[in-house]
Write a protein that binds this ligand. Structure first.
Ligand SMILES: CC(C)(COP(=O)(O)OP(=O)(O)OC[C@H]1O[C@@H](n2cnc3c(N)ncnc32)[C@H](O)[C@@H]1OP(=O)(O)O)[C@@H](O)C(=O)NCCC(=O)NCCS
Length: 329
């Protein structure tokens, strides 16, 4: 019997219309466009206003996938929502999205792997498909990062934005396309450098946690930078070697979008031409779990069947990883 593979058969992305510009930020904290562009590379970030959550953005992209593919919600066996900003602590945002989209015959859960969420989520869904457990899965990256941004902290407030993007993953017996291989890593050494102190069970919301602004992102930028700038390239080299591939075999790199300097350094170490390294950080900022599927959505018309795509990310945990996808469409 031939082996079952998982292939991406649709991708969609969405970002809210409202944006925060560098000039807007310069009215809130001591910063300016020149510093943000030269140190991070971001011009605007999108913001989801009001009491909406990641599930509202995710519903838009999942509905579009189902409609465009002519698939009934009952056919979806698994929904994974990768997010660090769930609608609420529980139930999982995946369950809320499934409910909003009428997905009733499957199961779903969230994955919190920081900015590496989508890489972990795509890997997990692939394994369920390869094991014959489900035939169609939706993997979502959806974040309302602006809900945990401290707009009094100039070191973190320029970085993050809101968005959602998702892929449809389907079982196939076709050889040589789809999600081919992946390597994932994590190291708890990163906990102290990048976290949100309050809102969990150790420090539930209290007057003190709110007053001390502990419900926001805490990041030691330089420590995170030093790891991120090495690890995405390193794990990609590891993945290439495991698959007997050369750097020249990569058609496109879809790197996590945290800092343009990190993206460029990763592309350079992998000896890629600038046009092979996909970038949207200038317009969206870091949308955490949504960066990679959003890049895939925006560049889908460039990809040809059989192209080697490398998806790589680094995030809170620390978590990092790389996936090799042979484009199937
Ligand atoms: C956060 C980050 C952009 C900061 O850039 P940096 O070049 O490391 O800047 P530093 O933190 O060293 O700060 C340098 C100076 O700029 C200042 N600064 C920080 N943010 C600023 C801002 N928005 N505007 C102006 N000055 C700023 C600092 O206060 C510091 O000033 P000082 O020298 O007087 O103390 C960068 O470290 C980064 O991208 N880190 C990695 C993030 C990442 O990859 N995350 C992945 C998971 S989400």
């Amino acid at each position: 019997m031939s082996k079952i593979h998982a292939k991406i058969t649709a991708v969609e992305g969405y970002a809210p219309e409202d944006v925060i510009t560098n000039d807007d930020l310069s009215k809130m904290v001591d910063t300016n466009d020149e510093w943000i562009m030269s140190r991070i590379g971001i011009k605007t970030r999108h913001i989801l206003k009001g009491d909406k959550g990641p599930s509202d953005m995710a519903k838009i992209v999942v509905d579009r996938i189902l409609q465009d593919k002519g698939i009934s919600p009952e056919e979806i066996g698994l929904v994974i929502c990768c997010t660090v900003t769930p609608d609420m602590p529980f139930p999982a945002t995946a369950n809320i999205v499934a409910d909003k989209c009428g997905i009733k015959n499957g199961f779903g859960f969230d994955i919190n792997a920081g900015c590496c969420g989508f890489v972990y989520g795509l890997t997990t869904a692939t394994k369920y498909i390869e094991a014959g457990f489900v035939k169609k899965a939706i993997v979502i990256g959806a974040e309302k990062m602006t809900s945990i941004v401290n707009y009094e902290d100039r070191a973190t407030c320029p970085i993050f934005g809101d968005a959602a993007a998702a892929v449809l993953l389907e079982a196939t017996e076709e050889e040589g396309v789809g999600v081919i291989d992946e390597i994932l890593h994590s190291d708890g050494v990163g906990v102290k450098h990048l976290h949100q102190v309050a809102g969990g069970s150790c420090h539930p919301a209290s007057i003190e946690t709110v007053t001390n602004r502990q419900h926001f992102i805490y990041q030691e930028g330089q420590a995170v930078f030093k790891w991120a700038v090495v690890k995405m390239a390193e794990v990609t080299e590891e993945l290439l070697e495991k698959n007997n591939m050369q750097k020249s075999d990569i058609d496109y790199l879809l790197p996590h979008q945290a800092n343009l300097r990190i993206i460029k350094a990763t592309g350079d170490r992998l000896e890629l031409k600038p046009e092979q390294v996909l970038v949207n950080i200038e317009d969206y900022g870091n949308t955490t779990s949504a960066t990679i599927p959003m890049l895939m959505y925006q560049n889908r018309d460039k990809f040809k069947k059989g192209d080697n795509l490398i998806l790589t990310a680094f995030g809170a945990g620390f978590t990092w990883g790389s996936i090799l996808v042979k484009w199937a469409l």
